[in-house]
Write a protein that binds this ligand. Structure first.
Ligand SMILES: [Zn+2]
Ligand SMILES: [Zn+2]
Length: 558
């Protein structure tokens, strides 16, 4: 064994001991030994126990641990500590910027047990309040987790978007007059991106390839056939496909849809479409109406395109309001009034729904009954005072372990609408989770089912649910399902939107904003809603103020 893995193991042991608050003197000596081993100019594994004991900074007891590690592959004391620590907590010890003391607070006081939850907690500002943390530490932790999340080569769409757009601009600037478009999963608005594909069409391929390969647009550039491969600064792989202008649209079409999709379309063409002047032409020749890039997953929409029945996809400008948002009453950063003014003046929305956390969400300063009443008084006052924006009184009620909501009925009925979400006890099997959600859906006060699976993309799998049963229950109880627009959630997954829509279940694009700029996440919600085939008629927050008021009232009278 080399020195590196030995020193890494000793460091982990010292971190675990610190996490579990074991004798600080011992911790220090093991941490020192870890540092020492790393710096030794020879392999410590080749030394005898007696020789190890004599090395300055190692000592008898640590030498025995190293010997045990070399002999058995582990250290018993460390194994016991590992057994007493959730796997996700051990992983958090590896995050830059937080030592064992902070991890201990995160784990024991905030109840956070893995990196994904920690990342989301940064978004909800839960760290700022904890001892020894501040806005700056929270920001550092968030960045370093983002870096780790990207280390397996996959990126959230939202994290890729700014650099991707920059790259496209740079290519356009470098190769004047070229046709340049994104393709593949980024153009299809996929929620997770593993490679950014760009198609470039010019008159002279050779000149283009030379210019691109000699540019500083990408790191680690390699050239193969007509592809320029490289990486963005953040590590995302990029594939630039260079073709002659006359082949551009065919290539763009081929590079955009999944293979299953492009094959199904091309199979329908009898005569040639060698050099189409647009993608539309390819679909026309196939006897199909034009299928937007975000719908080009498999063959899902081919039949509907043949019968001219494609959905009119929703766009951001169709949204009239934003529901499910958190203010300073619970764990948000802005006051209700600040949020209302931002929605009115900057986002040009007509109304807004506040949904602070309910009383069981203690970590998020969930509202006691008394505070619910105070907040409602404030909202009534704001609605009298403010023109041009209406604020609905909502709550994000925790779905408790048994599926019930978080307040007695006489309080529940005071809200205009209720988003019901699971935030605790996420470790459930499918049967338990499905039953718990259905109980909440059947509650007559539930208006919207919030983030149905609790997933955090790239970092936490949601609890398993029986999607069909959940959606059927929503249909039966006239409950709307949220598309949580936070780029980490995007839950309800777009793959289930069509099933929900077929059952007559409306969807609501909810930013779950915890500060004013959180509202902008609705753009990502719209992206996956389009991908799911949502039209504005079936989107709750695209309804007029009058219509949504009626929806809330109808739900109440049931
Ligand atoms: Zn929530
Ligand atoms: Zn929320």
């Amino acid at each position: 064994m080399e020195n590196k893995p030995i020193s890494r193991t000793l460091r982990l042991l010292s971190q675990l001991m610190e996490l579990h608050e074991i004798n600080p003197f011992k911790i220090k000596s093991i941490a020192n030994a870890a540092f020492k081993v790393d710096k030794l100019p020879y392999a410590i594994a080749e030394k005898s126990l007696a020789e190890m004991e004599k090395i300055d900074g190692i000592g008898k007891s640590t030498a025995a641990k190293i010997a045990e590690l070399l002999e058995t592959g582990t250290i018993k004391e460390m194994q016991e500590l590992l057994d007493a620590t959730p796997e996700g907590v051990v992983e958090m010890l590896g995050i830059k910027g937080i030592g064992p003391k902070k991890v201990s607070i995160i784990w024991n006081e905030l109840g956070i047990e893995n990196t994904g939850e920690l990342y989301y907690a940064c978004n909800e500002n839960r760290l700022i309040e904890a001892k020894g943390f501040g806005l700056k530490t929270q920001e550092e932790i968030r960045k370093s987790i983002e870096f780790r999340m990207a280390s397996n080569g996959k990126f959230l769409y939202a994290r890729v978007e700014p650099e991707a757009n920059q790259l496209l601009d740079d290519i356009r600037e470098l190769i004047v007059g070229a046709l340049v478009e994104f393709a593949s999963d980024f153009r299809r608005l996929c929620e997770v991106i593993s490679e950014l594909v760009v198609v470039v069409g010019t008159r002279d391929n050779e000149i283009t390839m030379n210019a691109l390969s000699q540019s500083a647009l990408l790191k680690n550039i390699t050239v193969e056939h007509n592809h320029i491969n490289g990486e963005l600064e953040n590590g995302l792989l990029v594939d630039i496909v260079c073709v002659e202008k006359r082949n551009f649209y065919k290539e763009l079409f081929l590079q955009t849809g999944t293979d299953e999709h492009t094959e199904a379309v091309l199979k329908r063409i009898n005569d040639e479409v060698e050099q189409p002047e647009s993608e539309e032409l390819i679909y026309i020749k196939s006897g199909l109406s034009f299928i937007k890039p975000e719908l080009r997953e498999g063959t899902a929409y081919i039949d509907r395109a043949e019968n001219n029945q494609l959905p009119q996809l929703i766009s951001y400008h169709d949204l009239k309001c934003t529901l499910h948002n958190h203010s300073t009453w619970s764990d948000g950063v802005n006051t209700v009034e600040e949020m209302a003014l931002y929605c009115r003046d900057t986002l040009k929305l007509e109304y807004l729904g506040m949904c602070d956390h309910s009383k069981s969400a203690v970590y998020a300063k969930g509202l006691s009954i008394e505070r619910v009443l105070q907040q409602q008084e404030e909202i009534d006052h704001l609605n009298k005072k403010l023109n041009g924006i209406y604020v609905f009184k909502g709550i994000e009620s925790d779905i408790l372990g048994d599926g019930s909501l978080d307040y007695p009925d006489e309080i529940l009925k005071k809200f205009d609408f209720i988003v019901a979400s699971v935030h605790s006890n996420l470790k459930m099997d499918e049967e338990k989770a499905t039953a718990r959600l259905i109980k909440a859906i059947e509650n007559p006060y539930t208006t919207i089912l919030g983030h149905p699976t609790g997933r955090l993309l790239l970092s936490r799998k949601g609890y398993p649910i029986d999607y069909k049963k959940i959606i059927d229950a929503c249909a039966a109880n006239k409950v709307i399902i949220e598309i949580n627009a936070n780029p980490l959630r995007l839950d309800l997954d777009w793959r289930w939107h069509q099933y929900a829509l077929e059952k007559g279940v409306s969807l609501s694009i909810n930013p779950d904003a915890h500060r004013n700029d959180g509202f902008l996440d609705m753009h990502y919600g719209v992206a996956v809603a389009r991908k799911g085939g949502l039209a504005k008629e079936m989107c709750l927050n695209a309804l007029s103020l009058q219509d949504i008021t009626q929806v809330f009232k109808n739900k109440r009278s049931h």
